[in-house]
Structures are given as C-alpha cells and as structure tokens.
Design a protein around this ligand. Structure first.
Ligand SMILES: C[S@@+](CC[C@H](N)C(=O)[O-])C[C@H]1O[C@@H](n2cnc3c(N)ncnc32)[C@H](O)[C@@H]1O
Length: 290
C-alpha cells in the first residue's frame, strides 16, 4: 500500500513537545512517527508521521493536537514510492562479507561459508544492510575486538536495522541494548532481531542519545558501538565515558577521514585512548578504550 509522509519543521523544544503529543494521540493507530535533527547549528528538527490511508484525516487530527504549540511550520506531505523491498533487494543488493559476518537478503539465505556468521537483513526504511563503509567497518572491528576482549554487556547506539547488535549477539552470546532515535528504525530493528533469532540477547528501545531508563538499568557497558556521525558523536563523548566501564571498548563510525582527529581529540578529553582505525572508502571506524 502506498504511504504518505506528513511532516513539519521547528526548533528542537517545540518539535519534541509536538512529537510526544502526537505519540500519545496516535498510539492506538500504530502509525510510525519519527523525529530527526536536520540542522544542528540552526536547531531545525523535523517530525513525521507515516499514514497508509486517509492522510487528510491524519493531518486534521495532527493540527488539532498541535494548535497550542508555537513555531511549527505548516504540515507538508510527501507521497512515498511503493517499493517492493524484497524485489529491490533481489535486484540491487548482493550479500556483504565483513570480518566474520555474511550480511545477506532472504534470496541469499544459506549461502554463507563455513565459519561465517550469517545475518539476514532486507533493505528497508532503516539504515544498515552492510553495504555502507561505516557498517562494514564496524562489523570488521567487532570481529577483531570481541574474540579478544570477551565483553559481557554491550550497547549499540544508533542501531538502525540492528545489524551490529545482531552481529555482537551472534558472535559473543551476550546481552546487547540496541537503541535508535528513530522509532521507525526501532520497529525494523525489532523485526530483524526476531528474524535472526537474537531476541534472547538483544533489547531494543527508541531513545535520543542516552535518554531512556534502559541505560540506567543496563549500564555500565563494556562494549559500546555507535555508527552515527562525527558531530553528534563528539557531543555524546561525556555520556559515553559515563556509561562505559573502565577498560571497556568503544567502536565509533560515521566519521569521514578528515574528521578523525577531531573525534579522537573529543574522546581523549574524556579519558579515552585511541587504539586502531579502519579505513573504508572515505569513512573511518575507530577503536578506543577507556
Ligand atoms: C548510520 S546509521 C547506522 C545504523 C547501523 N548501526 C549500522 O551500522 O549500519 C545511524 C543511525 O543512528 C540513528 N541516530 C542518529 N542520531 C542518534 C542519536 N542521537 N541517538 C540515537 N540514535 C541516533 C539514526 O536514526 C540511524 O538509524
């Protein structure tokens, strides 16, 4: 069924207020909602709802629950193309080998080699099929670090499709908390966790940064993986230090080669030391310890 995305923009505080009102108002309808930061310097955020039918009715309900919030732009709409993601993945996406892992779509099920850990991920609205240099860099770094360090409690911050959380769980058989700011990604993550029989190990939660009660319950972590982007990663450095146990490992990606020094400096300032960097296309994946 085709979907319509209804969205508006505003500064962070009204966007978060609007998002929580919409979450409450549309809870029973089960419509996916998302909030994302478009421009950090200008503090511009975008809130979206995805409607499969009667988008005009959805727009009316949005307007009536947002009337008292100042500073929101007009509601705009975007028709999303109807994509058969399985066919799309069959046509375009070949399996990816990275470190110990074979990340594939359903069409290549069973084609992993001896010793490889297969992870099945279909292309979807969530990032993380293994094809991006940041994801494959993280998979390779996980393959190096986990067998050496035997972590017991891991966090995948910005989990997207949950590919990294599943990789850690399947390799180490340890609990992994997998979080994402985007509730649509969290839904996809949950499905992928189930599909890969990792639900016993992986707990998912929608959370911006470390803002969720699950962190207090599950910390300290001895392995944190975060494939986000350089700027938010630098902002998260103090919270990463608080949530990682002494001697724990941190794997960061989403960092362009020219941003590497700046990110490392931000983390050294929080008591981390840099161990290794992997380069994939123009992206780097960094391993640090506290
Ligand atoms: C580049 S994708 C990585 C997905 C997957 N972990 C991988 O390696 O392929 C980054 C993900 O981080 C999420 N994200 C961005 N900023 C975040 C934040 N402040 N807190 C939590 N998640 C965030 C995005 O929604 C997106 O799903």
């Amino acid at each position: 069924m085709p979907q319509t995305r209804l969205f508006f923009r505003s500064n962070g505080a009204p966007a978060r207020e609007a998002f929580s009102r919409l979450e409450a108002a549309f809870e029973e309808d089960g419509l996916p909602l998302a909030i994302r930061e478009l421009d950090e310097e200008r503090d511009i955020h975008e809130v979206s709802i995805y409607a499969s039918e009667d988008w005009e009715g959805v727009a009316d309900r949005m307007r009536s629950c947002l009337t008292s919030i100042a500073g929101l732009s007009e509601i705009e709409t975007e028709e999303l193309p109807e994509i058969d993601w399985v066919a799309h993945s069959l046509a375009g996406l070949k399996a990816v080998r990275a470190g110990r892992f074979f990340v594939h779509g359903s069409h290549e099920r069973g084609q992993h080699r001896a010793g490889e850990i297969p992870i099945e991920i279909e292309a979807s609205l969530a990032f993380g099929t293994g094809h991006h240099g940041t994801t494959s860099g993280c998979l390779e770094m996980i393959s190096r670090v986990v067998p050496r360090e035997h972590p017991r409690n891991a966090l995948d911050l910005g989990t997207g499709s949950a590919v990294l959380a599943i990789a850690i769980a399947r390799l180490a058989h340890i609990p992994v908390l997998a979080t994402d700011i985007d509730p649509v990604a969290v839904r996809v993550a949950r499905e992928n966790v189930r599909l890969n029989r990792a639900a016993e190990w992986v707990e998912t939660a929608a959370a911006p940064g470390f803002h969720h009660p699950a962190f207090a319950r599950r910390m300290p972590f001895d392995l944190i993986v975060a494939n986000i982007l350089a700027r938010p990663l630098i902002g998260l450095a103090p919270a990463m230090a608080r949530h990682l146990s002494p001697g724990g490992s941190l794997i960061l990606s989403g960092i362009l080669t020219h941003q590497r020094r700046q990110v490392i400096a931000g983390y050294v300032g929080q008591g981390f030391r840099h161990l290794t960097t992997l380069h994939r296309e123009e992206w780097v994946t960094i391993h640090m310890k506290r």
